[in-house]
Design a protein around this ligand. Sequence first.
Ligand code: TRP
Length: 333
Amino acid sequence: MFQDKKVVFSGVQPSGSLTLGNYLGAIKNFSAFSDEYRCYYCVVDMHAITVRQNPAELRRRTYDTLALYMACGLDPEKNVLFVQSHVPAHAELGWILDCYTMFGELSRMTQFKDKSAKNADNINAGLFTYPSLMAADILLYQTELVPVGVDQKQHLELSRDIANRFNGVYGDTFVVPEGYIPQTTAKIMSLAEPSKKMSKSDPNENAVIRILDDRDTIIRKFKRAVTDSGCEVRRGEGKEGIENLISIYGAVTGKNPDDVEAEFDGRGYGDFKLAVGEAVADSLENVRSEFARLSADKKYLEDIMRKGSAEAARAAMRTMSKVKRKVGFTDVR
Ligand code: TRP
């Protein structure tokens, strides 16, 4: 039924609670593809264990991430929502692609360098080969388009290189995916250090807006957001803080940065910060209440997981049998 549609794939790790950056930069855009594309949205628990996780917490966050997908507007009837470890083909293709990914390529990944600096006592092989597993996620479904935040651009390019390399050796096997990186909102910066990306693992809670923060918390964090010593709501040199708030306000209200500047012309930072906080809180209100409803229904979430992984596995199997034949595995059952 969906065969003629092009495929969208994206994944979110069930580690740490998701931020406004994850929402605006990625998840909020996911539902826009549901009509035109066959969409696979995956909770990538296998990627999460590249850094040490508390098992009970990982399990809970896996449910929560699925609930959050739906709370952000992804209809499980119109999208395939599933958990990575429920479809063994991800691990299988991940291994095969490891053998078509170069040590040098993986060594150049900035996320690997960052994460190894942060986890110096656990620089494991999985952390290193993370991008070939990500390539497997994408290539398994013959994906055309991958909506991600700008921080994943390098991984995506590597996925394309791996696909091209494999296709070059064996003939057309994989669709070569394109990234879809929303221009204005791809990068939401920290509220405390606006030159750094807003990161879900930032130890400073004031730097990060969580999708599930309550209204008062959101408004308080924006009030405390670091800006500069000026007073004009304008973009410019040395005004990264204000610029970040302008792009956040623009993203949640649908206004472009020029209009935001015009709207706050002559008004101070205090007014502006309050307006941003309220607009963000408004836009997340619905997500929060839907999340509360959905995450309480474990059985329903498990039904969605089962249905999603069955559908994903069916599509993945088609790619896997092609790949195995091409690399020369025997097919005896
Ligand atoms: N690496 C992505 C991130 O941390 C998550 C991810 C895993 C992903 N597999 C993917 C994203 C495939 C897009 C497509 O955000």
